[in-house]
Ligand binder design. Structure first.
Ligand code: SF4
Length: 280
């Protein structure tokens, strides 16, 4: 029987900062870092994980689901996953994690899982353990580390932000339905093949009677019309300018962050309640 320590990386900033934090403050723990790869991740996520491995000085274990997204899409009658029916997170993220730790728990090992819920996220719940020898710890909440603290950890360690933060606020699948309309526009600009793949999946789902489109109330074919994209970009720029004008100038911080925080621009209007497992 052993004490095992595991930390799941989503490819996002919070879990990466937590890995850095644990390496800095708990070097005595032999933490196993893992990433559950849906096979539909942005290339920037893989680049960022490589950078993080360099800092941590150890490999990040890749967990792959036995069956891919396309298999599960067929199983779910071609219905796209959605915030109401999030079968993708269950089949592509949770099940592979549970399959990985099952032999550890069966052997009687004690497994502690570290989760990156920040001190300013009181409303968030961690993964609820159903096993008596699986423990969940929230080090950021215990240490009072909030969003600014996460930025500080990533910048001061030299790990920095994932590159996709220049245009997108979340890690996860290229076609994640939690993304905001401006992020779909940018996916089309930066990764046109991934956009086309999402469009094809959506077309197939609609033909099979799926009630869901990837983006709320419009299909990607509608969203990609030039006039609609211009409207989305325009309204995003207006909101961003309004947000920036409302932020008091702090001489101790740069006037502009070196990455855009799309979530701050939209608040919970779009993409709110995004997935803790995929996006932290
Ligand atoms: S990133 Fe989005 S689409 Fe992918 S598994 Fe998570 S919730 Fe589902």
């Amino acid at each position: 029987m052993a004490d095992r320590h595991v930390l799941g990386l989503s490819g996002g900033k919070d879990s990466a900062a937590l890995a850095v934090f644990m390496r800095q403050y708990h070097p005595e723990l032999d933490i196993e870092y893992f990433f559950t790869d849906t096979g539909k991740e942005l290339p920037e996520v893989h680049e960022f994980l490589g950078r993080l491995e360099g800092y941590l000085g150890k490999p990040i274990i890749r967990l792959n689901p036995r069956r891919d997204f396309d298999f599960w899409l067929r199983e779910y009658n071609h219905y796209l996953p959605s915030p109401q029916t999030r079968w993708c997170t269950k089949q592509l993220k949770l099940v592979p994690f549970e399959q990985w730790i099952r032999p550890m728990l069966a052997a009687g090992d004690s497994v502690t899982s570290y989760v990156a819920i920040r001190a300013d996220e009181e409303y968030r719940e961690g993964y609820a353990s159903k096993q008596k020898n699986l423990f969940v710890k929230l080090p950021f909440r215990e240490s009072g580390i909030d969003k600014a603290g996460v930025t500080e950890i990533l910048e001061s360690s030299g790990v920095g932000y994932p590159k996709y933060y220049e245009w997108r606020s979340r890690s996860g699948c290229t076609f994640c339905f939690f993304q905001q309309k401006i992020e779909w526009v940018r996916l089309k600009e930066r990764h046109p093949k991934a956009f086309e793949e999402a469009k094809a999946l959506e077309k197939d789902a609609i033909e099979h009677g799926s009630p869901f489109t990837w983006s709320d109330r419009e299909s990607l074919s509608e969203l990609e019309r030039p006039e609609r994209m211009a409207q989305i970009v325009g309204s995003y720029e207006v909101r961003k300018a309004r947000l920036r004008a409302s932020i008091p100038i702090n001489p101790l911080r740069p006037a502009r962050p070196n990455h855009e925080d799309i979530d701050d621009v939209y608040g919970d209007d779009e993409g709110g309640g995004s997935c803790l497992i995929c996006h932290k």
